[in-house]
Design a protein around this ligand. Sequence first.
Ligand SMILES: [Zn+2]
Length: 321
Amino acid sequence: MSPQSPTDARDSPASSASGEKKRKVADASAGKKRGYGESAGLANGSSSHVVRRSSISKPGRDQRDEPILKHRKKRKRRQVAEDRPKDNGDQVQASSEATSLSRQESPVVDFDGLSRPSIGTRQRLEESEKEKAARLERMKGAVKTLLECVGEDPNREGLLATPERYAKAMLFFTQGYEQNVFDIVNGAVFQEGHNEMVIVKNIEAFSLCEHHLVPFTGKIHIGYIPNNAVIGISKLPRIADMFSRRLQIQERLTKEIANAIFDILQPQGVAVVMESSHLCMVMRGVQKTSSTTITSCMLGCFERREKTRNEFLSLINVNRL
Ligand SMILES: [Zn+2]
């Protein structure tokens, strides 16, 4: 393997050096706000956090990424009771609670900008070069085991570099875990006074089915009706990309994209439709090679008004099938 190639998986534009720096700054300030020590809680975070959750609404998460409103509220009340006379302290606490309140309303655009990560996301984001190498080694070992288990010889020439290649490919397929909505949007929200429907259609999407780790690919159509604020048009495919490059089910992917845009823009409405073909259906199981799965998520006025919804559906031409 040539010396340049190891960079391919991780050094995509989004996780380049400058992106990394930005994220670290964001992380550090979030950590301070929430009172986390820099290296605190990695171990106990993962061990005390093995909780089964419904996969659609609440993915398993690193403890440090959990919203902390409830605890803080209780603690705050206790503190307020203790320090009644201290007016100044109260104000500070009240304002910090207000911030966390507004964050709380936004489950997708997380207060730390990680955008609904999973257990292990932080480890992946914050690890050193040494830990990165160790992660790759572990993945290579796992792929080697897979090769042996399917009856192959991992030492034959054609397969020698396969574990490494696959490990890097897997990290690329899931690079969405290293991205977050704040970095992607990067302030590209403009108060244009525009209130007509905006649609970006036929966004190519490649994702991995979380049940079989097999790809599902297709097209995503995104529409929204602004409430004055519009988002840089290229950000919509990038948001779709970020959520696609994680382990997903199509239903959740559709919903996460819609919710993220809704949270960023507070528009009149957001509509997301995804049509895709699942390799786990095509290559195995029912083997329906030409079936398309369509999911949609309609928020705000798209949910309320049939006329608006139909206008969107006819513009993306999803009924042509
Ligand atoms: Zn599947």
